[in-house]
Design a protein around this ligand. Structure first.
Ligand SMILES: Cc1cc2nc3c(=O)[nH]c(=O)nc-3n(C[C@H](O)[C@H](O)[C@H](O)COP(=O)(O)OP(=O)(O)OC[C@H]3O[C@@H](n4cnc5c(N)ncnc54)[C@H](O)[C@@H]3O)c2cc1C
Length: 503
């Protein structure tokens, strides 16, 4: 390096330090790799009570720029990204974990469409496409009592990879959205701040779709939302998988002791329309009472009971949805910590009970827990339109419909299965936050009351809002409007082109 080059390098280092950027400086080159050292952060300030630390300002590198950014890759996020890209937008799908699929792949919930008893009307679209592709690729097992598929949770990671690769969506994994960026003096979003192993960075986008399940982006952007009071929140669950199950012996047991949806009311009050009560349900519940009486599990393990789903010929029982926790808030890191640890313990209790009490499970062992706790309930935005119990129970129709969903309600003590052909339309307005523009919210955090959430939280419903939001974001970019002002005629035309049933 000559003197001039040394001077420029020093000046660059100083500018970088002043701007708060933390860039690696090569100290020494060796054959085993360069010796690197980052400049340490500038010092911020602790407030007097030591409750807050004020960070010094710093310049963040831009990781990527796109037209449509989808944050969160569950059923909603996958559908949103595929739909936006298919509608012509340069699209990024960004996810905090190392795989796409959300609750399917990270929690291990394989039952995407278990509600599909005879008489169900489907909305078609990307959700059904994902189910069919998983089955075609050999990554699904038939659900016990109707024509739907249980997705193999691990295999679905590959199905999702294939879908987004073939569509040309740009993937970013292991990356968490932690803040938002607005256009100057405006309520229009123009990107997010991320944290990952690469540090704190920025992704710029013309439109952002929040598919985080918890409405993280809407919350960070200052949009209004509601949270169900903790004592009424739907429970969290640690899903687990067992191996060493004697499938035939267990199936014989379920024939000798058949369960129906009426059995769900044994441990909690439940409203049905009556027709559900006779339908077979893959349900285990009384078995845990027996295990408690036998002293196999502690008397206070009272939140055990629920569904089994997929049984493989290799003796695996997956998607065991049996160990639940209540009174935890999924947006509180200490609640999440406690619930994760309690969930593993409760799941082990469930397995101990199955081994002792349920024929076919005698030699079963824990194969694995879902890689994270399953959360059903957290923030729901206040939208341009807030869905109601009446809408989802009474076949609501909307001019701004972006798809339909069968009359399937599961939660807050209501269970209605769509065996009658009844369905409701899903309005664009439930994805539009009031205070923030160029942001759409899809998936389980759309706007609505508790009973409407019991419908909209279902994975297929999340794919309906995901696809609707993806198309609307892409169309708004093409038309040069914001998401709040986008032409619904153009959005509906593109959705129909993509095979979605609107009415
Ligand atoms: C135990 C359990 C059982 C269930 N059973 C069924 C069932 O049988 N059938 C059914 O239809 N539904 C079921 N549900 C409901 C359904 O699974 C969820 O409501 C649905 O998956 C929600 O989809 P989503 O795309 O909105 O969010 P999710 O599937 O939760 O996906 C959100 C994604 O966003 C990512 N993310 C979150 N925050 C950030 C961030 N800040 N930055 C980057 N990424 C982020 C997450 O990692 C995740 O991948 C169940 C739910 C649970 C928990």
């Amino acid at each position: 390096m000559n003197d001039e080059e040394k001077y420029i390098a020093r000046a660059e280092r100083m500018i970088t330090r002043w701007s708060g950027q933390r860039m690696p400086v090569t100290r020494k080159h060796t054959d085993e790799g360069d010796v690197l050292r980052h400049s340490p952060p500038a010092t911020g300030e602790l407030d007097a009570d030591k409750h807050f630390y004020v960070e010094p300002p710093r310049a963040l590198p831009v990781l990527a720029t796109c037209e449509v950014l989808v944050v969160g890759a569950g059923p909603a996020g996958l559908s949103a990204a595929l739909a936006a890209k298919r509608a012509g937008a340069d699209t990024i799908l960004l996810e905090r974990f190392g795989c796409f699929g959300g609750v399917i792949t990270t929690v291990g919930m394989e039952t995407l469409a278990w509600y599909r008893y005879e008489g169900t009307v489907e909305g078609e679209g990307i959700g059904v496409e994902m189910e069919r592709l998983a089955a075609q690729m050999g990554g699904a097992i038939k659900w016990p009592y109707n024509d739907s598929e249980c997705l193999d949770a691990d295999f679905f990671k590959v199905v999702a990879d294939r879908l987004i690769t073939e569509a040309g969506v740009r993937p970013i994994l292991h990356c968490m959205a932690v803040d938002v960026i607005f256009e100057a003096d405006s309520n229009r979003l123009k990107g997010i701040i991320t944290e990952s192993k690469s540090g704190r960075q920025v992704v710029l986008a013309k439109r952002v779709i929040d598919c985080t399940g918890d409405a993280d982006i809407a919350h960070l952007a200052g949009a209004s939302y509601r949270k169900t009071p903790k004592d009424k929140m739907l429970g969290m669950t640690t899903v687990f998988n067992a191996s060493g199950v004697n499938k035939q012996k267990f199936l014989q047991y379920t024939e000798e002791k058949p369960a129906t949806y009426a059995d769900w009311s044994r441990t909690w009050a439940q409203e049905t329309t009556g027709k559900e009560n006779e339908l077979r349900s893959p349900y285990l519940d009384q078995e845990f009472d027996t295990a408690r009486e036998l002293g196999v599990i502690p008397a206070n393990s009272t939140n055990l009971g629920g569904s089994w789903s997929a049984l493989s010929d290799a003796g695996e029982a997956t998607n065991l949805n049996l160990a639940h926790m209540y009174g935890y808030d999924a947006t509180d890191v200490m609640d999440l910590t406690a619930a994760e640890m309690q969930g593993r313990q409760e799941a082990l209790h469930a397995l101990m009970a199955l081994k002792k009490v349920v024929p076919g499970f005698e030699d079963a062992k824990l194969r694995n827990f879902g890689m994270t706790l399953g959360v059903r309930d957290s923030r729901k935005i206040i939208g341009r339109y807030n869905l109601t119990s009446d809408d989802v129970r009474n076949q609501a129709k909307f001019e701004d419909s972006i798809g339909i969903f069968p009359e399937f309600i599961d939660g807050y003590n209501v269970l209605i299965l769509p065996t009658t052909g009844r369905y409701f339309e899903v309005p664009y307005g439930c994805m539009v936050p009031l205070e923030v523009d160029n942001l759409l919210v899809a998936g389980r955090c759309v706007a609505g009351d508790m009973v409407s959430h019991a419908a909209m939280r279902n994975m297929m419903a999340c794919t309906v809002t995901g696809q609707g939001a993806g198309v609307a974001a892409a169309v708004s970019v093409q038309q040069g409007t914001t998401t709040a002002e986008v032409s619904l005629d153009a959005v509906q035309a593109e959705l129909q082109k993509q095979g979605v049933r609107l009415h």
